[in-house]
Design a protein around this ligand. Structure first.
Ligand code: TXA
Ligand code: MG
Length: 345
């Protein structure tokens, strides 16, 4: 199949809408990461998403809408979701709702809930408006690779497998949406993202918990609240190790660990804050952004992780951020890239 890479515009939206209506797949930018979309009501189309990504069938998809009226036919919205939709939609918050029969089993992997979100990216909104369908879309990467934050990343993974990629430039947030469960008692964040625990808590005026496996591996026999948490995600081919502790200990230890690996003939590098790039210049530093801005680190992270593979890195040592605000989402993705392997400096 020939994969077209097109700029946004009326003709592109008409083409995207035609493809979606006839059961095809379209990759499109959102404010979080690029999505790989199909008509959420078309079982066969949904199945072809799983095939293109190599995604396990038991990992459910998020349904994207542009208008709250679309919810009516696809789900029942829990009461507490409304103030959150008022505050954060359109935007990077996904809310679990009770699924209605219009949504095929393939979308929800048989679960009684369906995850819905209204993206804010103007290109995503225009495409959703043009087709006027609920669009099921996981991130547009091959399963197991970091999510794509540029059209070039999507091309790396999907070239030849889908008819159309809409190029909307680099995604703003850079990490996937926050996934929030309001259907099973107290609110629980299943996956942290751009809408933080603190932001949700201030709207709901109550404590919001975070699934335990966000910052550690799933324990044996532990049930994944969100099936996606079971899978090795965001992982480059290299062995990644996180190094935490006081700054004046972390930087020298990063250098020592990296140079030791190089002495053993391994291709090694460090992921470090902008302010440490110079001190670590002997260690192929990859600048993840200033330590003062977890938002900037989120924006860059997946691009940096993808480059490690291109460069053939084997051993990678990374700085960490405090797991607060957007830092929680950053540490969830970095932690999983490292299989939560951590050294204390
Ligand atoms: O920002 C995003 O959310 C992007 C863009 C394209 O919107 N999409 C995305 O989709 O990241 P995906 O499929 O890569 O991640 C969806 C996550 C998975 O961890 C999945 O297990 C979880 O949401 N999920 C979906 N439906 C669920 C449900 N009914 N119950 C629990 N978890 C669910
Ligand atoms: Mg994904």
């Amino acid at each position: 199949m020939n994969t077209q890479l097109l700029s946004p515009g009326t003709d592109t939206y008409i083409l995207a809408s035609d493809i979606l209506k006839s059961g095809g797949l379209v990759a499109f930018p959102t404010e979080t990461v690029y999505g790989l979309g199909s008509n959420a009501l078309d079982r066969e189309a949904v199945l072809s998403i799983f095939a293109a990504k190599g995604r396990p069938a038991d990992n459910p998809l998020i349904v994207h809408i542009h208008d709250r009226k679309q919810l009516e036919s696809i789900c029942e919205v829990p009461e507490r979701a409304f103030p959150l939709m008022d505050a954060f939609w359109p935007g990077p918050l996904t809310i679990l709702c009770v699924r209605k029969p219009a949504i095929p089993d393939e979308v929800t992997a048989g679960l009684p809930t369906v995850a819905v979100r209204m993206p804010s990216h103007p290109v995503a909104r225009a495409m959703l408006q043009a087709c006027n369908l609920p669009v099921a879309a996981p991130s547009a990467n091959s399963s197991g690779r970091p999510s794509p934050t540029t059209a070039a990343h999507v091309m790396e993974d999907m070239n030849g497998k889908i008819p159309l990629i809409i190029d909307g430039g680099m995604c703003d947030v850079g990490l996937e949406s926050t996934v929030l469960d309001l259907c099973h008692g107290d609110p629980v964040i299943l996956r942290p993202g751009g809408v933080t625990r603190e932001m949700i808590s201030s709207v709901l005026k109550c404590d919001v918990s975070v699934a335990g496996s966000v910052l550690r591996p799933l324990r044996e026999n532990e049930k994944a609240l969100s099936p996606g948490m079971r899978y090795r995600h965001y992982a480059p081919k290299a062995v990644v190790t996180l190094v935490q502790g006081p700054e004046d200990h972390v930087v020298p230890l990063l250098r020592k660990l990296c140079l030791e690996q190089e002495a053993r003939g391994k291709k090694a590098c460090v992921l470090c804050f902008s302010e440490h790039v110079e001190q670590l210049s002997a260690c192929h530093p990859h600048d993840i952004g200033p330590s003062s801005s977890p938002t900037e680190i989120a924006h860059r992270l997946f691009d940096v992780l993808r480059r490690l593979d291109e460069e053939g890195m084997e051993m990678v040592f990374s700085e960490v951020v405090p797991p607060e605000g957007v830092g929680l989402a950053v540490m969830n993705r970095l932690g999983r890239a490292a299989s939560f392997r951590t050294i204390q400096a």
